[in-house]
Design a protein around this ligand. Structure first.
Ligand code: ZZB
Length: 259
């Protein structure tokens, strides 16, 4: 599975980030890196999700830059020539639990909204991507439903309502679902919570297919062109600007995950 890894720069740490982490960061730049299959939707990022109980680390990508991702994905990157160190080397400077990152402010690359907050999402898998998920609630049913859950019970999720205040941003349009595929599908499937994983998987599949085969961009440099055409072009732009890179998952893990 070949993902686009998008780099979200940390702009301001949230209220529950510990001193140990701040000291480990020093003056370095920190990037929360999210793996996506939908680079063309990056204009519509409204949040960044982490698994509240998942373990993340700060890894030295270069002398000046740290990546905040799972150790598993750091290891994969270290074997894909992403880091400055030699093959297979990925020095960790600090551990951090996802929940402690909630409320941190990051810059979503190519986002129409320039600053977004880190929020908790229950279903984030430690075994997929980087464990960091960028939220596009206009086109991802999981992201849309999670946003509704968070807005409904902010105290329960220990978030400030203003962290979940950005509404879904339309980025593409399809004949079947208009420019809010995620909302349309969540309503159609009567999805009640982010835990309705079966219906959400079906909705995701439909959104992927309709977007890819029949979608037309409504924003960005490729406005008016098809999604299939825009996808590799947006990806290329992000890579050229140093805001993204290719990230692949080992085949064995892909198999064990779907088994
Ligand atoms: C932005 C985005 C916009 C995404 C969209 C999807 C959609 P797949 O097909 O199952 O491989 N994701 C990435 N990592 C994780 C993780 N560790 N746990 C849970 N979800 C994760 O799914 C790949 C997608 O799942 C990624 O692409 C990411 O969300 C999420 F408009 O990034 B996506 C119809 C889907 N639309």
């Amino acid at each position: 599975q070949e993902y686009t890894a998008v780099k979200m720069e940390v702009l301001e740490w949230g209220p529950t980030v510990g001193n140990e982490l701040l000291q480990a960061v020093g003056g370095k730049k920190v990037w929360m890196v999210a793996a996506t299959l939908r680079p063309e939707t990056m204009y519509g990022q409204t949040n960044c999700f982490v698994g509240p109980t998942l373990k993340y680390g700060l890894f030295e990508a270069s002398d000046s830059d740290l990546f905040l991702i799972t150790e598993r994905s750091a290891r994969n990157m270290a074997f894909q020539g992403v880091f400055d160190q030699s093959q297979g080397v990925f020095p960790k400077v600090c551990d951090v639990i996802g929940g402690d990152l909630v409320g941190t402010k990051v810059r979503p690359p190519f986002g129409l909204v320039p600053e977004v907050y880190v929020l908790p999402m229950e279903g984030v898998l430690a075994t997929k991507g980087t464990g960091v998920v960028t939220s596009v609630p206009s086109d991802s049913p999981d992201d849309y439903r999670t946003l509704l859950d968070l807005r409904k019970k902010p105290e329960m999720y220990k978030i400030k309502p203003e962290w979940a205040a950005v509404d879904p941003i339309p980025v593409l349009s399809t004949p079947k679902y208009g420019d809010m595929a995620a909302e349309v599908l969540c309503t159609q499937f009567k999805i009640q919570s982010q835990r309705d994983t079966k219906a959400l998987a079906e909705a995701k599949d439909l959104a992927y297919k309709e977007g890819f085969y029949n979608g037309v961009m409504t924003v960005g440099d490729f406005k008016g062109t098809t999604v299939a055409e825009a996808k590799p072009k947006v990806r290329q732009q992000m890579i050229e600007q140093g805001l993204a890179f290719a990230y692949a998952e080992p085949e064995s893990e892909v198999i064990s995950r779907s088994a």
